[in-house]
Design a protein around this ligand. Structure first.
Ligand SMILES: Cc1cc2nc3c(=O)[nH]c(=O)nc-3n(C[C@H](O)[C@H](O)[C@H](O)COP(=O)(O)OP(=O)(O)OC[C@H]3O[C@@H](n4cnc5c(N)ncnc54)[C@H](O)[C@@H]3O)c2cc1C
Length: 472
């Protein structure tokens, strides 16, 4: 088997794209509004999720789309920001934004640069390589991304959406028929930490999703709250930066060592969870929300190899205060003193707290609105998740906000409705086509009069009617 060089792989990808007709000619009638061209789809967020949705739309020849990302080019996503592990937690043979085209997979890209042996020898994918690969996919597919542009809000405008974008401090409105929210795993809420920890002086605490100056932690005592993968990665990053001591506070009696998300990464769960009856979805998703994300051995080893690392189990935070320039965290296992506190406490689902969704959140049907669980399965966290339609769009609560059906929730907010869907590499090849097909269906149905007219008036002959035998 011969392996491509990068230039020959790129030539092969270009040919593959021709072979699948990608994208030859947009079929959606164009529109203008207030003298401006109307987008068919605006995608907020140009990480792997935004890229995967855009790729699937382009494949369906819906090319009048725009991805906006507030980061600069090459800095989209989390991989060069606060993802502090060395490698992805996902297995190396995962496929995501490649549209099922073998030459567009991570393996093809990696082998073209480093050789087949290098891929074989690879344990897991380096997170920087994954970021570079996503950039390459985006370039190969010609995805229209506008960097340094923040999506700041959306409101109805007739049958369109008026989205506010801020680019280099300048605000403008763009009109779009559909909007996809792919602004990160926390898009349906916000990063969260216990309120007592949040009340500590800002120079004394951070969330794992914040920028943290790890070099400044050298020689200092650190407390990390939480025992999930990110908590361990941040503990390891602090230890590697020379922290004097790191105490990790785990609320449970022991650190979770199984990876339940791994066992459900199959086409049944990833592809069809969303079609189950509500009662089944509630029961299983409620359980999913109580378990932690994947926590590989590499992460455990990276932190626990340090002699100055300690895990305190059964140590849920009951309070926090500042005393003489130190943070004191109170737990059932006693007080923990630290110079700096890192909260690896994840995020909370609450659409109401997103400024970008200020005009949307109150109209969204949540699971709490849509489903009444049996008494023994009450779960206030589940209740706050949006209850999504079969293509991951919001559903309006009551009458009058039909416009929110045009907004798609491609982030962790989709977990209650679809299980692992938005915000997971393994789920991407199932979830992105689901959103794209819903959008394509709606665009077609909404324009059916125009399409019918085109059909009725279509009069381009395939041949001139002259008998072939008479042709000169
Ligand atoms: C620390 C960490 C590690 C993870 N590791 C794995 C893993 O190994 N395997 C796995 O399957 N999953 C993992 N996940 C889950 C998931 O794959 C990631 O969260 C992934 O980054 C989700 O991709 P995304 O495109 O939805 O969001 P992101 O990658 O977060 O991208 C969102 C983009 O939106 C942009 N943005 C945000 N707000 C705005 C705005 N208002 N306007 C414009 N742009 C905006 C951001 O700049 C960013 O580029 C991890 C999650 C975390 C938090």
């Amino acid at each position: 088997m011969s392996i491509h060089t990068l230039p020959s792989l790129e030539a092969a990808v270009r040919r593959d794209l021709v072979l699948i007709g990608y994208p030859t000619g947009d079929w959606v009638p164009s529109r203008t509004h207030k003298g401006q061209p109307v987008l068919d789809v605006l995608i907020a967020g140009g990480g792997q999720g935004g890229i995967a949705i855009a790729a699937n739309l382009m494949r369906e020849r819906v090319a009048n789309i725009l991805i906006v990302d507030e980061s600069s080019a090459g800095k989209e996503g989390i991989w060069r920001r606060f993802a502090r592990m060395k490698t992805l937690r996902t297995a190396k043979n995962v496929s995501g934004p490649d549209l099922g085209i073998p030459n567009l997979t991570f393996q093809a890209w990696y082998e073209a640069q480093f050789g087949a042996g290098a891929f074989e020898a690879l344990g897991k994918i380096d997170k920087g390589d994954w970021q570079d690969y996503l950039g390459w996919v985006s370039r190969m597919l010609g995805l229209p991304i506008r960097n340094n542009t923040r999506f700041a809000g959306v409101a109805p405008e007739g049958d369109l959406l008026a989205a506010t974008l801020v680019e280099d401090g300048v605000e403008r409105t763009v009109y779009t028929r559909k909007l996809v929210l792919a602004m990160g795993i926390e898009t349906s809420g916000k990063w969260w930490m216990p309120k007592e920890v949040e009340a500590l002086p800002i120079q004394m605490r951070a969330h794992t999703a914040d920028d943290i100056d790890f070099a400044a932690l050298a020689g200092r005592k650190i407390a990390v709250i939480g025992a999930g993968a990110s908590a361990f990665d941040n503990a390891a990053a602090a230890l590697e930066a020379g922290a004097a001591h790191v105490t990790l506070l785990c609320r449970r009696p022991e650190v979770q060592s199984v990876q339940p998300y791994k066992i459900i990464a199959h086409p049944g769960f990833l592809g069809h969870f969303g079609a189950l009856p509500d009662a089944e979805r509630w029961r299983i998703a409620s359980h999913l929300l109580t378990i932690r994300e994947a926590f590989p051995k590499e992460t455990w080893d990276r932190a626990t190899r340090h002699v100055n690392f300690e895990i305190l189990t059964g140590a849920g935070v009951t309070g926090a205060r500042e005393e003489n320039g130190q943070a004191i965290i109170t737990t059932p296992r006693g007080d923990v003193h630290a110079d700096f506190v890192i909260a690896g406490t994840g995020f909370d689902i609450d659409l109401m707290c997103r400024p970008e969704l200020a005009q949307v959140a109150e109209h969204v049907t949540t699971w709490g609105d849509a489903f009444q669980p049996p008494a023994e399965q009450q779960n206030s966290r589940m209740s706050k998740f949006p209850y999504l339609d079969p293509h991951m769009a919001f559903l309006p609560k009551g009458d009058g906000a039909e416009w929110i059906r045009n907004i798609y929730c491609f982030n962790f907010g989709s977990t209650a409705s679809f299980g692992p869907a938005g915000s997971s590499i393994s789920a991407m090849k199932f979830a992105a086509p689901r959103v794209a097909s819903g959008i394509v269906r709606d665009l077609f149905a909404a324009d059916i009069d125009a399409h019918a007219d085109i059909l009725m008036n279509y009069d381009t002959p395939e041949f001139d009617g002259v008998f072939a035998r008479d042709r000169k």
